[in-house]
Design a binder for this molecule. Sequence first.
Ligand code: PLP
Length: 407
Amino acid sequence: MSRFDVEAARFDFPTLHQKVKGKDLVYLDSAATAHKPKLVIETMRRFYQMDNANVHRGVHELSERATLSYEGARRDIQRYLNAASHREIVFTRGTTEAINLVSNAWGRANLHEGDEILLTWMEHHSNIVPWQLIAEATGAVIKVAPIHDDGSLDMEAFEALLGPRTRMVAVAHVSNALGTVNPVRRIIELAHAHGALVLVDGAQGVPHMRVDVQALGADFYALSGHKLYGPTGIGVLYGRLALLEAMPPWQGGGDMIRVVTFEKTEYAPPPARFEAGTPNISGAIGLGAAVRYLNTLDFDAVHAHELDVLRYGTALLEQIPGVRIVGTAEGKVGVISFLVEGVHPHDLGTALDMEGVAVRTGHHCAQPVMQRMAVFATTRASLGLYNTREDMDRLADALRKSIEVFR
Ligand code: PLP
């Protein structure tokens, strides 16, 4: 018997309880964005209703309250990730901005002609394009580690690609297109043995597992609030303090300085150095509420529940003639990507929506992995902690019905 009461948890997420196209909504698109618990919605409403003010600048009561809540959220996230210091938590717009921050601020200062950045074939575009931009600017070279047919990383090839010029390894914790969980601890050990730093794209990692950045040994860990049951427009870059302290800023403006004169500007220490301008105050506070909500759950039990739903759903889909699952790596989490013979994923997505089942179709911002798996697009059902076996039954039924219509 699971210690996680999914039916009770579902009550915490108001958006789930509605009809779509006349049917009870089955939401299977949490990898794109997850729904928000009442605690997040209520915390943000209360901030705007009672406290709304800018942070760090005012001496008045409201500004002090806003600053306390904003900096409190930073500490909530520090504890959630077990970072050594709150100064290692930089608020960003999301994973994309966190990676662009590192590629720009760290990359401009540390990458030189011929230096190597090692990626994998399963990266999201936001862990590819920022590195291409900085490679173009600095003369660095991008290497790409291959993956096996089941979607797991080819660790032998990965290791062989590490060399004396490797400066940065940037790798997804979990693939958004396939659900593959990468052995990031081992990757970090290997990279460090070669003197390279590691950035982990944790956008799909933190929603499915507890992450301890110190135990992992990551140099940088990027995440998006909206995939972690928090609001959109807020994310986190965790960076080891010594690295952040040695990095120049990448955007200039208010709040990131110590002293400004026309001759010379002194920058604030991290994290302020990397948070130019008025930040997403309500977003940060909402994300703080999201991790406080997650802290009320037994995460091991949540994980076991999610795996049960994933396995149950996978077995159901495998029984449907013409369905092929793309991405079958051992230990995968959160995602069932699949193809249906003779039916375009977009048509399928629309047909499933008619049944109240929300899935994502397309290349999932991971075109290289689509090429590698020799598909142009997939239909992706992705799970949140609130999904159930019944949701998988509804998906399978809707799929059968849709396939009949198309044949
Ligand atoms: N990395 C992965 C693995 C993702 O799945 C996503 C979003 O889908 C991102 C990065 C980008 O996240 P965001 O758009 O929130 O910045």
